[in-house]
Design a binder for this molecule. Structure first.
Ligand SMILES: [Zn+2]
Length: 92
């Protein structure tokens, strides 16, 4: 404890409305219980909410899966495609 946690309760992020503070994860980041417009609930990191990574329980990601992965992609397969698109010749 000691570090101040930003109160997110009542905030709206995309389809999610923050309803309760859950606790800290292993990286000591605040987790929040959110209610999605579709009726599901989801536990999301505050940082992911504020940075716009998480905007729904998952229903929105399914609709915009490609955009979501392009932004966060760390997978080799996606990286290769990105580099090919950028035409980086000395990437091997
Ligand atoms: Zn949803």
């Amino acid at each position: 404890m000691g570090k101040l946690t930003i109160d997110e309760v009542g905030n709206q992020y995309g389809r999610l409305k923050v309803v309760a503070y859950v606790g800290l994860n292993v990286a000591r980041k605040a987790k929040w219980l959110c209610e999605c417009e579709c009726g599901n609930t989801s536990t999301v990191l505050g940082a992911d909410l504020r940075q716009g990574y998480t905007k729904s329980c998952g229903c929105f990601q399914r609709e915009s899966l490609r955009a979501y992965h392009n932004r966060r992609a760390k997978r080799p397969k996606m990286g290769r495609i990105a580099f090919r698109m950028l035409d980086v010749e000395d990437f091997e």
